[in-house]
Design a protein around this ligand. Sequence first.
Ligand SMILES: Nc1ncnc2c1ncn2[C@@H]1O[C@H](COP(=O)(O)OP(=O)(O)OP(=O)(O)O)[C@@H](O)[C@H]1O
Ligand SMILES: [Mg+2]
Length: 246
Amino acid sequence: MQTIVLATQKGGSGKTTLAIGLALAAIQAGHTVRLIETDSQGTLSNWQSRRPYAEPIVEPIYAAGDFEQRLQSLDRSGVTLTIIDTAGGVNAATTAAIRYADLCLIPARPSIADIEATATTLGMVRASNRPFAFILNQTPIRGQRLTNATTALGEEAALDISGVVATPFIVMRNDHQDALSAGLAVNEYAPTSKSAEEIRGLWQWVEAKLNAGATIHDELFIGEVQEAPLATMFIETPAEAAAFVA
Ligand SMILES: Nc1ncnc2c1ncn2[C@@H]1O[C@H](COP(=O)(O)OP(=O)(O)OP(=O)(O)O)[C@@H](O)[C@H]1O
Ligand SMILES: [Mg+2]
């Protein structure tokens, strides 16, 4: 079983939305997924209660000391992927969850406040020596703000952007909010939409990182500076591409 943790102290950056989107994309790719909620706000359980389907099961774990036993038990029961949605702020459950992460995903909107807030989470992830990546969420389709945010995150991690900033970025679109209200993932609510396409692309990036990152330490990426993977953005015409990199 592999374990993904969505964490950042900044509220509203998209931890729960991305946990749901990735869960459904992973299920569609053949995984048996369990969603774990450590946030007493209950956004994930509330989503489950609005949901017309039983899967994926949402299970709360609030006590830091409960993770080890529950994760072992899920592994034995045939779950292949656990996705842990944490609360904003800094708390013992988040710290514990990070310790068990095969990959820690740190969402951030492309704003200075969100990017600054990632530093604390990154510090916790590094203290536990866990593989990590940033996800830029609620982004504009393109623009300088997005380019600056990507650069800032790469600099913060002091690593090659292509290894630490997941692609594609997840654009701000109403589908995500409408899906949450309907108890669905965006891949169910609007399966042919750009939002769903981005989430499926994000899952593929995360899956590749999971498969590689469990064994390769991120420090290996230092020095291997390559072009940021902008080509994986949803740029459809040469004019859009020119505008994006301008
Ligand atoms: N890409 C997106 N486009 C549009 N709306 C989005 C997107 N991602 C998230 N949202 C919306 O932003 C709000 C906050 O998202 P979400 O609840 O996932 O954040 P969170 O990090 O889990 O917040 P908290 O720290 O409070 O748990 C929700 O209303 C959600 O529907
Ligand atoms: Mg949340």
